[in-house]
Design a protein around this ligand. Structure first.
Ligand code: GRG
Length: 302
């Protein structure tokens, strides 16, 4: 059904521009990595996915008044996806989740081997930081802004963010977590990079502090909603529909569904979406695309 804001068209159009940026990122590494490492890297980066983090970044950039609509903002946004791709490649390795399927395809180590996947994932981290810096420079951001953009990305990827959250997650396998522990873990593991997507867009647009804060608050709320929705899908969907195996239930992890039950987890996710939209309105950020994306986070089917 068509609504005032056509999210389906938006996701298709923005997703296509993100795909082009990612292809440029992989191409730019030609000659800078062994070719077999670059091919494994290309597998991890270019094998699909919703591309929600770069799409959020570009959308936040526009909502904050950014006007560049050429390749440069997509190159900046794609740096987030390079970090996300590395995290999935490493997360799927035998020493972590030992997954065979991701996005309906063989995981990168199944296709290219553990050795190349480990190296390709590691190569993506500095590549992402450099790409964020170079793209922000090409957009005309001054040095202080460029530093804040790269810092937002690396802080979200690091020990206080995604890596730290993953650490807690690995540590918690086979153990029951309380609600606060679960929130703390996922605010880092999943929420930090999603929040950075909004912050990087705001920084690149030169947003005033109150707009930046509002976008950051929106990011925190949808970050949690995203993980709750992930856990709900994990519990209610199929390997075929999700395109990934194994599920967290198989790995005996605490999830929002195991801690809250299905109905309460759904209510919790929707409350986060309402909070995200409220934070935007309170900050005077009028962005139908961000409101639609917040709803997509919990309504998605994979
Ligand atoms: C060695 C401790 C240590 C860390 C290394 C592996 C790693 C860093 C981090 C893993 C973080 C991780 C797996 C987070 C999952 C976040 C998440 C909900 C992923 C699914 O994201 P989607 O739905 O995936 O956006 P698509 O396929 O659409 O891109």
């Amino acid at each position: 059904m068509k609504t005032a804001f056509d999210l389906e068209d938006y996701l298709a159009a923005e997703g296509a521009r993100v795909e082009s940026a990612l292809a440029r990122s992989v191409e730019a590494l030609h000659g800078r990595l062994d070719e077999d490492v670059r091919l494994a890297l290309g597998h991890g980066v270019l094998s699909g996915g919703k591309r929600i983090r770069p799409i959020l970044c570009v959308t936040a950039y526009r909502a904050a008044g950014g006007t560049a609509c050429d390749e440069r903002i997509y190159d900046l946004a794609a740096s987030l996806e390079l970090i996300h791709a590395y995290s999935l490649m490493h997360d799927d390795l035998p020493c972590m989740d030992d997954a065979e399927l991701r996005r309906g395809k063989h995981t990168t180590h199944r296709a290219h081997g553990e050795d190349l996947t480990t190296r390709a994932g590691a190569a993506l981290i500095p590549a992402a930081a450099l790409q964020a810096w170079t793209a922000a420079e090409a957009m005309g951001c001054d040095q202080a802004t460029r530093a804040r953009v790269v810092r937002a990305l690396m802080e979200a990827a690091g020990g206080g963010g995604m890596v730290g959250g993953q650490w807690l997650d690995l540590d918690a396998e086979g153990r029951s977590l309380g609600a606060d522990e679960l929130d703390g873990l996922h605010r880092r593991k999943t929420g930090a990079l999603l929040t950075a997507s909004l912050v990087m867009g705001a920084e690149a647009a030169g947003a005033p502090p109150e707009v930046r804060a509002s976008l950051q608050g929106y990011g925190r709320a949808i970050g949690l909603a995203f993980q709750i929705a992930d856990d709900i899908l994990d519990a209610t969907s199929t390997v075929e529909a999700l395109g990934k195996h194994p599920s967290d239930a198989h790995l005996e992890k605490s999830t929002y569904v195991s801690v809250y039950g299905l109905a309460e987890a759904e209510r919790h996710a929707r409350a986060q979406v309402e909070e995200a939209c409220g934070v935007l309105r309170d900050g005077g950020v009028e962005a139908p695309a961000l409101e639609a994306l917040a709803r997509f986070v919990v309504d998605r089917q994979h």
